[in-house]
Ligand binder design. Structure first.
Ligand SMILES: [Fe+2]
Length: 125
């Protein structure tokens, strides 16, 4: 994972956890969704974003979210490992697994930068 992309991902995770700690679950979920958009190309970040959505499901007693995340965690691992993820998908149970979504501009720039860095690294080797 490119440095800039990792920093942007970790920033969203940190904000999500901050709101989670304050029991502000709607805002927490929003930041975990943004983290999902950034991190879903990599197994561990992808799973981390889903695990926190699962925690929100537990805390809020949202059975649909709990069930959705229990499905998304293993499928997300496989999808990331195979490089098959739906671009822009926000990862919550409110969005179908395979749905692609527009990527917010402020996140897109991190993804584009990450992709360019990866391509440059591949060209060097
Ligand atoms: Fe996912």
């Amino acid at each position: 994972m490119d440095k800039d992309l990792k920093a942007a991902f970790e920033k969203e995770m940190k904000l999500g956890k901050k709101f989670f700690a304050k029991a502000e679950y709607k805002d927490a979920f929003h930041h975990f969704e943004r983290a999902h958009v950034l991190g879903q190309f990599f197994v561990l970040p992808h799973v981390r974003s889903h695990i926190w959505m699962f925690f929100i499901g537990i805390r809020t007693g949202d059975f649909n979210e709990i069930k959705g995340q229990l499905i998304r965690i293993p499928l997300g691992m496989i999808g990331s490992a195979l490089g098959k993820v739906p671009l822009g998908n926000t990862g919550g149970a409110n969005i179908k697994l395979s749905t692609t979504l527009p990527i917010p501009d402020d996140l897109k720039e991190h993804l584009d930068a990450g992709r360019d860095a990866t391509e440059n690294e591949q060209q060097k080797s």
